[in-house]
Design a protein around this ligand. Sequence first.
Ligand SMILES: *Cc1c(COP(=O)(O)O)cnc(C)c1O
Length: 398
Amino acid sequence: MDKLNYINETEKNLVHTYNRYDVVLEKGEGVYLYDTEGKKYLDFAAGIAVMALGYNNREYNDALKNQIEKLLHTSNLYYNTQICEASKKLLKVSQMDRVFLTNSGTEAIEGAIKAARKYAYKKQKKGCYEIIAMEHSFHGRSLGALSVTGNNHYREPFEPLLPGVKFAKFNDIESVKELVSPKTCAIIMETVQGEGGIYPADEMFLKEVKQICKENDILLILDEIQCGMGRTGEMFAWQGYGIKPDIMTCAKAIGCGVPVGAFFVTEKVAQNSLEPGDHGTTYGGNPFVSAAIVEVLRQFEKKNILAHVQDISEYLEDQLDLLVCEYDFLVERRGKGLMQGVESKVNVSEISKKALENGLILITAGKNVLRFVPPLIITEENVDEMISKLKQTLDTFV
Ligand SMILES: *Cc1c(COP(=O)(O)O)cnc(C)c1O
């Protein structure tokens, strides 16, 4: 089949929830993708911050093949070797105390919300079910996660959603304080807002939120689904802030291509929250995805990915800053590590479409931000190539 056939057939078959880019991707190698016509693309999107270790990673493939031939799935009614290894490694890098494996980010959020609700319930705080979330946040598409997502456009058609969710302004501590009440059970936010336009939390803001939580026995839920797993140069972004969440969610790069997510809790939450029968999943953390987590974390350690991200992101930041200076319609760069955004006055969808034509995969965030979330293994040469392709693209909008 040729490209147009694939596109037309797919459009005919799938529920129309995406406006897809005009390309049919077929294979990947390292930081490059290839379409059905053999055209090569430099990938600075990584399947939305998922493919941290790049495409067709030999050792990762071997680990998965190995596991396929042993055991794919058992259900969570039994123990298996892989979830044992995976959970041990995850707790070590997260500094959290317990983990529950899910199939996606949105499910990790559902679990986090349930854990927070159950915590208040066990403490016999009657009517304590309110959650403070942030404007311009994104936490997923299932109804619970959508309830705490600060984007009216996503929420409105599906209302009524969870009751008792209030939205504060991100990085505005007064707006959080105004919403705290005896009914508040949790405050949820991304440590670095992703879909909303790449906004890192201010250190003071996060510390003050943590303080409010401590004083009022409110649980702090940090969503690290996009900014976690080494993307900011810390294993989890909050680790660079000198605070610790009570509950953390993770997904995207945790499996580097297989569908898996997780929510983590501290022992304080574990002892006063979910119990047998309260929560479950058929697939979650099965031997196959757990083997992927084990291999991902093994490579993170062996390749010293965090040090590499700290190193290479400085170079990326410098190059993007130069770009912002050079083009009048680029407003500013912001972000942390390999999670960067450049705000533009020119339509960013148009820019990203044009970039694709020029062999560069780039996605957007919010209404006016170009988002840079490449595989964590990129080199200076890859950054140079990206900048050159991006300049070629931007020049057509001058
Ligand atoms: C992608 C994302 C989610 C949702 O994850 P899914 O796996 O798509 O359900 C939630 N929170 C953040 C911050 C995300 O970036």
